[in-house]
Design a protein around this ligand. Structure first.
Ligand code: FAD
Ligand code: NAG
Ligand code: NAG
Ligand code: NAG
Length: 506
């Protein structure tokens, strides 16, 4: 049931063009890209397909193409689009941490894997770091930490820069600096006609804006200039509580989220966790302070709550901290999201729903599994920072209040239990959204980086932004290469025209 849009798209593709697609990898070879293509029998292919974070997303393509630079990407796009007897379908993959099967993978097409485009180059002259879009955040941090500078990026070392930035991106530094996408100074992009262009505040500023959370609808991003600032040590870690502390923590969360702007060095992710080996639901506060201050003031109340099981907070750096956030790639994973107002009734409900699902999974799950449910504050500064940086398409400036980003995150082992786990995840999401609506605490925004296949993040940004994205796609991808040949991800062509949508802007 979940991911049905992608599954249906793959099924249609298989029946319509299976015979045709086998010529596509040969077209790349003919275009001069031999030596950069691997097939199912090759170690490289096995290793790359096996490195998607969710086993359910390890969809086997006809071949994996690994460009070394932007020219390889451009050559490949031209060859795939021009292929006879029909153009070739492809997927684009950076870190492979999107969990939707087919979002950055493709069955029987060409998997364009940016993994070897993994350099990070610091430019002190203009306070940017150029990251090639296949690099993982852990590698970005280890390069920059040594130079004493930092960028606003993902929390986990194993996540890719490409997907996270194009989906918005939350960060330990976001309350201070804005979302990850807002800290891009320039994108380097291969368009559907193979042209390599730059998009920034001056040149192609329309493309620049829509790449900030518009996903993979406009081109293949080959590099990004990320704004740098002074880095250095920070404080952070996880404080784990038994679930008896849950209501007190959630109440503190709401107060914290309301006044996050007062001390934006603070960053909080609260999550519920269930690990069968421990057997008891736990609540975890991931506390970070992006300066080297131990147990800083904004977290005093959290730290005095009774029921602590462990506390790993310490002075550290982004390289180390991001490693603590790495996820194993041994599970099948589902995550999805709902945004709500910052209201204790919503969090209390989320906690109750969580305990119900944990009970169900305890009896039904087979083999290793674990469950998490995350709450992240979204301060109103995210919307304001976006405007200051030249604009994006999230539309968060519509909401002048603190919000909560809710994300159920389930991990399991048996393919035969995909439906059962996906159903539980969807139940959590739907029940929470319905409850929030019933008390007027709902919010229409859907975060692209956490959305599941049956959600519509692009359509949730408001009419004006949908219009902006459609206009930019028409202008920069008139052949609709990224709608018709790259099926994975959230497709703009599936989002209703603003005129058909009624008035959904606030
Ligand atoms: C363990 C873990 C931790 C996470 N932590 C955070 C976090 O701290 N903050 C946050 O905001 N999100 C976080 N996420 C969510 C994450 O941002 C998304 O899963 C994101 O899609 C991952 O990016 P990726 O490059 O690894 O994904 P991929 O699966 O490689 O790509 C995701 C999508 O982006 C497209 N894409 C990727 N690169 C390009 C490119 N260069 N050009 C065009 N299209 C491209 C793909 O086609 C695909 O549709 C986390 C996820 C996990 C599993
Ligand atoms: C880039 O990728 C190659 C191949 O996987 C790897 O050997 C190298 O260490 C990576 N470099 C960085 C900076 O991550
Ligand atoms: C980051 O922290 C780790 C662990 O404390 C340490 O080994 C490493 O040297 C630090 N890196 C930098 C560049 O400070
Ligand atoms: C920053 O400087 C580098 C090196 O001179 C250059 O390649 C890059 O385009 C510049 N980036 C921006 C955003 O000006």
């Amino acid at each position: 049931m979940v991911n049905f849009a992608i599954v249906a798209a793959i099924a249609t593709f298989l029946t319509s063009s299976k015979a045709a697609s086998s010529h596509c990898c040969r077209k790349l070879t003919k275009a001069g890209l031999e030596g950069k293509i691997s097939y199912p029998k090759d170690e490289t292919y096995k290793q790359r397909i096996g490195s998607y974070v969710s086993k359910a997303a390890q969809v086997p393509p006809h071949c994996v193409f690994q460009p070394r630079d932007k020219n390889d990407v451009s050559t490949a796009v031209r060859a795939l689009v021009a292929a006879e007897p029909e153009p070739c379908q492809f997927a684009v993959r950076s870190g492979g941490h999107n969990t939707i099967p087919g979002a950055s993978s493709i069955s029987d097409g060409v998997n364009i894997d940016l993994g070897l485009m993994n350099s990070t180059t610091y430019h002190p002259e203009n306070d940017t770091a150029t990251v090639q879009s296949g690099v993982l955040w852990g590698s970005v941090y280890s390069t920059l930490d040594k130079l004493g500078v930092m960028v606003v990026g993902g929390r986990s070392a194993s996540v890719g820069t490409g997907g996270l930035v194009l989906g918005g991106g939350n960060s330990f530094y976001a309350a201070r600096k804005g979302l990850v996408c807002d800290n891009v100074a320039q994108f380097e992009v291969v368009l559907g006609n193979g042209e390599i262009v730059h998009a920034n505040n001056q040149d192609r500023s329309d493309l620049f804006q829509v790449l900030k959370d518009g996903g993979n609808n406009f081109g293949i991003v080959t590099a990004m200039d990320l704004k740098t600032f002074e880095g250095g040590p920070l404080w952070g870690g996880n404080v784990v509580y038994s679930q008896s502390a849950a209501l007190e923590i959630l109440s503190e969360f709401v107060k914290f989220a309301h006044k996050l702007a007062e001390d934006p060095y603070a960053s909080l992710v609260t999550y519920e966790a269930f690990l069968p080996d421990i057997g008891e639901p736990m609540v975890v506060n991931s506390l970070e302070y992006t300066r080297p201050v131990e147990r800083p003031e904004p977290f005093k109340n959290f730290l005095s709550i009774e029921g602590k099981m462990s506390d790993s907070t310490h002075i550290t750096n982004m390289t180390s901290l991001s490693r603590e956030w790495e996820a194993p790639n041994t599970y099948r994973v589902s995550f999805s999201t709902v945004t709500t107002k910052n209201d204790l009734r919503v969090l209390t409900k989320a906690h109750e729903l969580w305990l119900v699902v944990v009970q169900r999974l305890k009896t039904e799950a087979k083999g290793p599994w674990e469950g998490h449910q995350l709450y992240q504050p979204m301060p109103p500064t995210f919307g304001k920072d976006a405007i200051a940086h030249g604009g994006n398409v999230l539309g968060l400036d519509r909401f002048d209040e603190a919000l909560i980003l809710y994300e159920p995150y389930l991990s399991w082992t048996y393919p035969g239990q995909d439906d059962m786990f996906n159903r539980q995840a969807k139940w959590l999401r739907d029940e929470l959204a319905a409850f929030a609506k019933s008390i007027g605490a709902d919010n229409e925004f859907i975060c692209l980086d956490y959305a599941d296949a049956d959600q519509d993040p692009l359509g949730s940004y408001g009419e004006e932004n949908v219009r902006k994205m459609k206009a930019a796609a028409k202008k920069h991808d008139p052949q609709e290469v990224f709608q018709k040949l790259q099926l994975g991800g959230f497709k703009l062509s599936k989002v209703a025209e603003p005129d058909e949508r009624g008035h959904d802007d606030l």
